[in-house]
Design a protein around this ligand. Structure first.
Ligand SMILES: C[S@@+](CC[C@H](N)C(=O)[O-])C[C@H]1O[C@@H](n2cnc3c(N)ncnc32)[C@H](O)[C@@H]1O
Length: 200
């Protein structure tokens, strides 16, 4: 089956990426977001969940977690690494989120950590209302935006903070936090990150 756009390069590098992403402590990755979230038990969706590092961290805190990850090699690797964690893994992705939307279930929290840059502008315009439709009223969307050179073999685009905030506003999401956030893995190229948190 054709791979979802945005996932280019992940299957080939899955073995090393599983190690790299898991080397980041969950607490460190999400320490700023945790105090802003509805308390567990609450339904949490992690889109582009990668290895399930955050999904497992949230599940350990008592959240009811769905991890959507379209790259088979990442999803299956994550499932193995976090076999004990109470995570429902799903093969679904942006911009359509067809499987998730087909269920008609809404979440208290949607996470999109290091994923948005995989969508071009047209895909971002399509994705944001779909993401917002999965949030219950007063639910929280937390995302990070990546700025920096594109690694060879990957599909990434320049992301605009202003446009992302405007897209979210058009989907009924109010900005709660906009801040720079440090890069958590060692890189040879300069990459910076922005964190955005919205409430519906
Ligand atoms: C940089 S990794 C981040 C993984 C994880 N969120 C983390 O913070 O460690 C990006 C992930 O997004 C997934 N991805 C790529 N394109 C996607 C899309 N169109 N929809 C959802 N996820 C996608 C990749 O397979 C990969 O696992």
């Amino acid at each position: 089956m054709a791979r979802l756009r945005g996932t280019e390069g992940y299957a080939q590098e899955a073995d090393i990426l599983l190690k790299t992403y898991e080397s980041i402590p969950f607490d460190k990755a999400q320490e700023r977001v945790l105090p802003l979230l509805p308390r567990p038990p609450a339904r949490l969706l992690d889109i582009g969940a990668g290895t399930g590092r955050d999904a497992a961290g949230f599940a350990a805190l008592g959240y009811d977690v769905v991890a959507a990850e379209p790259t088979d090699e990442m999803r299956e690797g994550g499932r193995r690494l976090h076999a004990e964690a109470n995570i429902e893994w799903l093969d679904d992705g942006l911009p359509d989120l067809a499987a998730l939307r087909g269920r008609g279930v809404r979440f208290d929290v949607v996470m999109m950590t290091a994923v948005w840059m995989h969508l071009d502008q047209a895909e971002q315009r399509c994705a944001m209302p779909n993401v917002a439709s999965l949030l219950r009223l007063r639910g929280v969307l937390a995302m990070t935006l990546r700025y920096g050179p594109v690694p060879p073999g990957r599909r990434m685009f320049e992301v605009s903070t202003g446009e992302t905030i405007a897209l979210a506003a058009a989907s009924g999401l109010e900005l709660v936090v906009e801040e720079d956030t440090p890069t958590l893995v060692k890189r040879t190229v300069p990459v910076t990150w922005k964190r955005l948190v919205f409430r519906r």
